[in-house]
Design a protein around this ligand. Structure first.
Ligand code: PLP
Length: 484
């Protein structure tokens, strides 16, 4: 009787009717947001604590109507949003998205599956394997990265996680799976350039290699890794009793989009039996176009490769692809098999269980959005979009080059332009603040050759030449106002 009485009580859950109603409203909200996104200040003008202090101090005792919550998103949350999806967002590297990706991700949320094992949703696993094979073909990878051979691809949350997995696999390969033994990690050394992303150092910290065992190799004038220095350091370390095991080559460094020679680094890795990991987090997307596939020369030497469709390939965050030459090397490094996960399909050896290809156990159905994006745009559509961004960036480059008040700080073969106003660091810092405080556009900075440098990266889905023109106008007027 008590049970029946409880069942009669109003459900605490959202009914399907209400879900449908607010679902439509939310899609309308997102479409309106995109219609109006250019009217927002690109960089949030919130000060530290502004958002937190505007929120209710305590959680509500009873549930609230959905429309109240949606209203509060407008009034309380939006002031603290930096608009990464504004076509005038030129900061960092992009994290772009697209309608097809968002819709597919919504379906993934609706399905709410956890694809930790093949058994827990076969489509989640098989679509992922298939789409990553598609990508391997689209990016013109060597065949060994394909699942029908010894390798294959897996979707991770971020490039940082992908690189960590690669480093753990490399560590176990070097130590024949015995890295837990005393003294087996202290002498492992990894090699990066001074321009490599800090996620590799973090991977070394997490993997027990230690950041002190990450050797920084100097760079050439174009900020690519200096190959003779790499070789010299490896030889010296081996002589000093260290155990070189891992090199990261970058295609598109974060500061300046420098491109390491995968071929030259690969030859060294081959000679000294080192794992070569390639980090192409953003610039990897450019290799959808045959004219940029030169950056992949030497990829046959790579043991692993990562790039983020969530940066520049119209697939919303998070979606980072890790390709591996020999999947057994990754799986054996990360495999666990507690009884509660035991199942016939896994035992049969006929299926992939992606929980063995990553750090966490659980995993989202991310391949759905990637599959949807590739099908919606097609290879041609994606190539044209990449070329369009690069063309626009190159126009910006030509304007900066032809203005004697400014200088270009690094080669710019793709969509990132590094430049500065001729003058002091202070002038450039003031210029950056002026630009970003205006709210009109958003750019970020780095330091190159020890000079404060401005970076403008073209990568948001809807960025067009008028947006870059506007940016250049603002930069020039900012210079006039701040030059003193
Ligand atoms: N590698 C490079 C070259 C990057 O530029 C970045 C981020 O911008 C990363 C790795 C880290 O990416 P994630 O945020 O996916 O870990």
């Amino acid at each position: 009787m008590k049970e029946i009485a409880m069942n009669r009580k109003k459900s605490i859950h959202m009914s399907n009717r209400e879900f449908r109603k607010y679902g439509h409203a939310v899609i309308d909200w997102i479409a309106d947001y995109y219609d109006n996104v250019e009217q927002y200040s690109v960089k949030s003008q919130a000060k530290p604590g502004d958002i937190k202090t505007s929120l209710e101090k305590n959680p509500p005792e009873s549930g609230e109507p959905m429309h109240n919550i949606l209203e509060d998103i407008d009034s309380l949350i939006m002031p603290g949003i930096t608009h990464w999806q504004s076509p005038k967002f030129f900061g960092y590297f992009p994290t772009n998205t697209s309608g097809p990706s968002i819709l597919a991700d919504l379906i993934s949320s609706g399905l709410g599956v956890n694809g930790m094992l093949w058994e827990t949703s076969p489509a989640c696993t098989e679509l992922e394997t298939h789409v990553l094979d598609w990508l391997a073909t689209m990016l013109n990878f060597p065949d060994h990265f394909m699942s029908q051979n010894e390798g294959g691809g897996v979707i991770q949350d971020t490039a940082s996680s992908a690189s960590l997995c690669a480093m753990i696999a490399a560590r176990e390969k070097k130590n024949n799976g015995n890295s837990n033994l005393f003294g087996c990690r202290e002498h492992l050394t990894a090699y990066v350039s001074s321009q490599t992303h800090a996620s590799i150092e973090k991977a070394a910290m997490v993997a027990g290699v230690g950041s002190k065992n990450v050797k920084l190799i100097d760079v050439n004038i174009d900020f690519s890794m200096n190959i003779p220095s790499l070789k010299k350091q490896i030889i010296k370390d081996a002589k000093d009793g260290y155990i070189p095991f891992f090199v990261c080559a970058t295609i598109g460094t974060t500061s300046s989009n420098a491109i390491d020679s995968v071929y030259e680094i690969g030859k060294i890795c081959d000679e000294y039996k080192l794992w070569m990991h390639v980090d192409a987090a953003m610039a990897g997307t450019a290799t959808l176009c045959p004219e940029y596939q030169y950056m992949h020369k030497g990829l046959e030497y790579a043991d692993s490769y990562t790039f983020n469709p969530h940066k520049w390939m119209l697939t919303n965050f998070d979606c980072s692809c890790l390709f591996i030459k020999n999947r057994d090397e990754l799986i054996s490094a990360l495999r666990i098999m507690p009884e509660y996960l035991n199942n016939q399909s896994s035992k049969s050896g006929e299926v992939i269980d992606y929980r063995d290809w990553q750090i966490p156990l659980g995993r989202r159905f991310r391949s759905l959005k990637l599959w949807t994006v590739i099908r919606y745009y097609g290879i041609e559509g994606l190539q044209n979009y990449v070329r369009h961004h690069i063309n626009i960036a190159q126009q910006f480059l030509s304007w900066v080059k032809s203005d004697e008040r400014f200088e270009i700080m690094a080669p710019a073969p793709l969509n990132l332009i590094c430049f500065r106003a001729k003058g002091s660091d202070k002038l450039n810092k003031d210029l950056l603040n002026y630009i970003n405080n205006s709210g009109e556009i958003y750019i970020t900075h780095t330091r190159l050759n020890d000079l404060f440098t401005l970076r403008l990266c073209v990568g948001q889905t809807h960025t067009d030449v008028n947006h870059v023109k506007e940016a250049w106008g603002l930069i020039k007027s900012g210079f006039e106002k701040n030059k003193g």
